[in-house]
Design a protein. Structure first.
Length: 294
């Protein structure tokens, strides 16, 4: 899956002008591509090189630490993209930006501290930190999705006419909807992972139903990296739209249209029919489109 993420991102970015935001997104996706590659190579060589000199040197504990890094890094980058989206939508909101920055920093610290720590300590520090990281990540995405929904609602209320008619208004509408939908989907996935993981921790290994729950928990946890890798791809599609949300949330430019009477034929009953050409500049491409009105 990670082999498809990077080419898709390159395709979207190559069609647009390389601004700082797009370059940052490209760097984030490239980093996630490298982390996913390390994860794939580690999982593949764990069986192939088992029993060899390399397999003995990179024992089970070493491989476990290596596997923790790409998973956690992908989750951190996914949360960073959420924070970046809020900075774009709320560039002058220091308080909101500070809240998102603190949530992201706490989540990052919890993930870093949980790497390589044993889970059998007196306080099970690794499990506590992992749970804290999941809770903070969920909180970051929840607040971000709610803030984006509020931004879309206020924009629609202040500019009801801009949500219909032009191509650029449809682009803004689709961008808001994609931001909200991807946030809701990612929140649903995090909630499902938390519920299944919590249920599996209280299962008895002797019961057949608990074995199924633990199998589902392991499968969901392993696929979290794939879901986190797919998350920025949808954001790249939003960034690659012709009009940015930050620009469209400002004052709307007025459309200057000019009309010309190009013909005035006479009908069979003697009445005059005026043919008027309307030259309307497109807000997306800057080109002028002609419309004929009788």
């Amino acid at each position: 899956m990670h082999l498809l993420v990077f080419p898709a991102a390159i395709y979207v970015l190559s069609r647009k002008q390389f601004t700082k935001n797009i370059q940052g997104m490209l760097a984030a996706v490239f980093f996630m591509f490298c982390m996913s590659t390390i994860l794939t190579v580690t999982l593949f060589t764990a069986t192939i090189l088992d029993g060899t000199v390399v397999g003995i040197y990179f024992g089970q504990n070493v491989r476990a630490k290596i596997l923790m890094w790409p998973r956690n890094m992908n989750l951190i980058v996914a949360d960073a993209i959420v924070v970046w989206r809020m900075i774009v939508l709320y560039p002058n909101k220091v308080v909101r930006g500070g809240i998102f920055f603190l949530l992201f920093c706490f989540s990052t610290l919890a993930l870093f501290n949980s790497i390589g720590l044993p889970a059998d300590g007196p306080f099970e520090r690794a499990l506590i930190l992992s749970s804290l990281a999941s809770f903070l990540s969920f909180g970051t995405n929840l607040v971000a999705t709610a803030a984006i929904s509020w931004k879309a609602w206020t924009y629609q209320r202040k500019n009801p006419q801009s949500w219909k008619g032009t191509q650029s208004s449809h682009a803004v509408n689709n961008a808001f909807l994609l931001l909200i939908e991807t946030g809701v989907l990612y929140l649903s996935w995090q909630l499902m992972v938390a519920i299944v993981s919590y249920s599996s921790s209280y299962c008895n290994n002797d019961l057949g139903s608990c074995k199924s729950v633990q199998f589902a928990s392991n499968a969901i946890v392993e696929s979290t990296t794939i879901v986190a890798a797919l998350y920025p791809t949808s954001t790249l599609v939003i960034v690659g739209l012709k009009k940015s949300i930050a620009d469209k949330c400002g004052p709307l430019p007025s459309t200057n249209a000019s009309s010309y009477l190009i013909a005035s034929p006479t009908s069979s009953d003697g009445k005059s029919l005026g043919v008027i050409r309307l030259d309307i500049p497109s807000p997306d491409s800057g080109k002028t489109r002609s419309h004929y009105v009788f």
